[in-house]
Design a protein around this ligand. Structure first.
Ligand SMILES: NC(=O)c1ccc[n+]([C@@H]2O[C@H](COP(=O)([O-])OP(=O)(O)OC[C@H]3O[C@@H](n4cnc5c(N)ncnc54)[C@H](O)[C@@H]3O)[C@@H](O)[C@H]2O)c1
Length: 277
């Protein structure tokens, strides 16, 4: 408790899943939160996305910990929207220390995943959206002059091919994997650029995580009817089907904490050994 007292964290995709877990975990350690989420459905995504009620739940959970939170609906594909929320949040909360580029979509299976729109949506949200998140925040961290930490959520999809069959290789899956690999390159360049300001930039590569992104009809259908050769790529070495959101939050927390003060430009797999299989 209290490792992040008087700090402020900006989190994208904070309405539910890992983003909400990050907000709660950082608040438990004393941080105030600036939260954004699209909290609306994108037509290219074949499973339900977050709602304004979900975002309101995150607000309630952080306030229950006696921490302040500014939460707004904003789309990471729109840099101006992100800048406006960062300005508003910093005016209210006074500073910015950490940035968690977490928002994501995974339109990888089913009919919608085969369309070119699925490729565009994954690159727009997962690659351009991460660039926007860093561009909206890094001038603030540099100007503040007190260092900081940025954590970008990648995926094991960046480290090994998840698609092994014609059927599994949808445009959505290829786009998801390419974007998650792309952000690791982005992460290393930002880490290089920002090191002189003591702003650290790192990535996390989770295996499957129990969140609404993986608990929905699109995924169930794939796990029931998908080609077993594709499913093998989702096997963890440690005997657990998926990890929990808090496992990713704890990695993000460590990467932002003083304990990781000289860790930058690297990727932490939280993958239950999936890349060993
Ligand atoms: N769940 C997994 O198995 C898994 C594994 C590896 C990596 N990831 C990554 O972890 C991150 C968090 O995912 P999650 O598991 O919590 O899923 P989730 O679907 O529960 O949460 C993602 C959140 O991002 C928001 N979002 C989507 N597009 C947005 C946009 N354009 N602008 C703003 N917000 C947007 C959604 O509304 C949602 O609230 C994502 O980047 C995802 O790709 C997830």
């Amino acid at each position: 408790m209290g490792r992040l007292e008087n700090k402020v964290v900006f989190i994208t995709g904070a309405a539910r899943g890992q983003g909400r877990s990050h907000a709660i975990r950082f608040a438990e350690e004393g941080a105030d939160v600036i939260a954004v989420d699209i909290a609306a459905q994108m037509p290219e995504v074949g499973y339900p996305m977050a709602t304004p009620d979900d975002l309101a739940e995150t607000v309630k959970a952080v306030e229950a910990l006696d921490r302040r939170i500014i939460a707004r609906q904003a789309d990471v594909r729109d840099l101006a929207q992100l800048r406006a929320v960062v300005d508003e949040g910093m005016a209210e909360l006074g500073r910015l220390d950490f940035v968690l580029a977490n928002a994501g979509v995974m339109p990888t299976y089913g009919e919608t995943a085969r369309r070119p729109e699925a490729w565009n949506a994954t690159l727009d949200v997962l690659l351009t959206g991460v660039m926007h998140t860093v561009e909206a925040t890094r001038p603030k961290l540099v100007e503040q002059g007190e260092g900081g930490a940025i954590v970008i959520t990648s995926s094991m999809a960046a480290l090994q091919p998840l698609a092994r069959t014609l059927d599994g290789g949808t445009l959505g899956m290829l786009g998801y994997s390419a974007a998650k690999a792309g952000v690791l390159n982005l992460m290393r360049n930002y880490a290089s650029i920002l090191a002189e300001f003591r702003i650290r930039v790192n990535g996390i590569a989770p295996t499957g995580v129990h969140t609404p992104m993986t608990q929905n009809a699109m995924i169930e259908e794939y796990f029931t009817n998908g080609d077993p050769r594709d499913l093998v790529s989702l096997t963890n070495a440690i005997p657990v089907d998926m990890v929990e959101p808090v496992d990713i939050s704890n990695a993000a927390l460590w990467l932002c904490s003083e304990e990781a003060r000289y860790v930058t430009g690297t990727t932490v797999p939280v993958d239950a050994g999936a890349t060993l299989r």
